[in-house]
Design a protein around this ligand. Structure first.
Ligand SMILES: Cc1ncc(COP(=O)(O)O)c(C=O)c1O
Length: 426
């Protein structure tokens, strides 16, 4: 690249292009349209509102920018690169992830989640979105049945859609997935000769619903996996961020090894930009998943940075984050509450989550969600509308507010503005 190129802005480049070149490109794009594979057009557009310019952006589950440990990370990177391990950080590494990171994570899981796993029972992935996709690919062929919660996280839905799986939805209530409804569905699917192969669940501070899966449901789900012969994909992206209530055992630790692949991430407790997630499971299962992973291996650089940072700072930082996010949750709820008179019928319903990033609102009947969205946008408020979280595109009456990114003051204002938008729509 020349010096001149470097100083050019992207806008200049677009303006510089001749109309002829633009027309030629349009022709090429039209010509290659039939060349796309079947799954490329099947992907729905990603609903990622985290980059909107909204003043009060409660769209994406982004970590709090102010709490990112930038100085610690800068020091960690500098000392890593200056160390004897520096060259290894910049070369190809173990596809399963840096062994040192897997060792640190095994210790962390033992102390924080009471999960006993060896470093060999880890597969480090490029963010847990990547891990969820690899697990889906490993177990589901086109047309085969995978079961998800209704609502669920788009990152779990997307790979199943891409694989052209038959996606079945099981409802949630305030105690998590309705495991009784799941059992019924499993029975009828088996009777129809189309058994479910994978069940995807988010047991802690559900995204988007904010609920926890109760202990008896976790136990029953673990039993059902054996009875109906399927694999559970347990997605625990927020487990460390518990503000209140009791930590419950993971489904992974309640089921025989091999039945569950558990996914987790450093995105919410360290930095989403590092793209470090990890799967745990039986070694034999992880070997199959590893062979499917075509990413050139987990990054030796970010894995080493993460390992060093976790060793030095994890416990203290997570304790700090718990306090920060609890206050944010409370500020958002206080803002919303302040916008409604006691007992007012327009007040949406919500469950107060014991942790995580999200508040899930159910609008009262007769309030048009599209009008609420527009009224909120006019006030500078962005959030994700409910249908993004339902495999069949239903759920218009819901909306998800992420409290993670905004300051407490902004959350109080944003909550009040959402209430105003609901009043205006009504
Ligand atoms: C439930 C759940 N799982 C997985 C992820 C993916 O996180 P990442 O790919 O950054 O690890 C998220 C992020 O929003 C999430 O909410």
């Amino acid at each position: 690249m020349t010096t001149m190129d470097r100083t050019r802005t992207p806008e200049t480049r677009v303006i510089d292009r001749s109309q002829h070149a633009a027309a030629e490109q349009a022709d090429v794009i039209a010509a290659i349209e039939p060349l796309f594979s079947r799954i490329a057009p099947a992907l729905p557009p990603v609903q990622f509102t985290g980059t909107t310019g909204a003043r009060y952006n409660m769209g994406a589950g982004q970590p709090d920018p102010a709490s990112l440990p930038r100085r610690e990370l800068a020091e960690t990177v500098a000392s890593l690169l200056a160390s004897d391990d520096g060259p290894a950080a910049l070369m190809y590494g173990d596809a399963a992830g840096f062994l040192g990171l897997r060792e640190v994570l095994a210790e962390k899981l033992k102390h924080w989640d009471h999960i006993e796993v060896t470093p060999e029972e880890f597969l480090v992935v490029n963010g847990s979105n990547h891990g969820l996709a690899v697990v889906a690919q490993a177990f589901v062929n086109p047309g085969e049945v995978a079961i998800v919660e209704s609502p669920t996280f788009m990152g779990g839905l997307r790979p199943l859609r891409q694989l052209q799986a038959r996606i079945e939805m099981v409802p949630l209530d305030e105690h998590g997935m309705r495991v009784d409804a799941l059992e019924e569905r499993l029975r009828s699917l088996r009777a129809a000769g189309t058994p479910a192969k994978l069940v995807y669940t988010i047991p802690n501070f559900h995204n988007p619903a904010g609920v926890d899966l109760s202990l008896d449901r976790r136990q029953r789900l673990a039993e059902l996996a054996g009875e109906f012969d399927f694999v559970i994909l347990e997605d625990d992206a927020y487990g460390e961020l518990r503000f209140s209530g009791e930590s419950l055992p993971s489904i992974f630790s309640l089921a025989p090894r091999g039945r569950v692949v558990r996914s987790a991430t450093l995105s919410k407790i360290l930095a989403a930009g590092l793209r470090v997630g990890y799967l745990i499971g039986a070694q034999e299962v992880l070997a199959r998943l590893n062979a499917l992973k075509l990413d050139g291996g987990a990054s030796p650089f970010t894995n080493r940075v993460a390992a060093r940072w976790l060793t030095a700072h994890h416990d203290e930082h997570v304790r700090r984050l718990i306090d920060i996010y609890r206050r944010k949750r409370d500020a958002l709820i206080a803002g919303l509450e302040s916008g409604f008179a006691p007992g007012e019928s327009l007040k949406p319903q919500w469950h107060v989550p014991d942790g995580g990033f999200f508040l899930w609102l159910k609008l009262p009947e007769g309030v048009d969600p599209t009008t609420v969205s527009r009224a909120a946008a006019n006030r500078g408020v962005a959030y994700v509308p409910g249908p993004a979280f339902f495999a069949d595109g239903s759920g218009q009456e819901y909306l998800r507010l992420a409290w993670s990114m905004l300051s407490e003051d902004d959350l109080r204002t944003a909550g009040r503005l959402v209430a105003e938008a609901i009043h205006e729509a009504a």
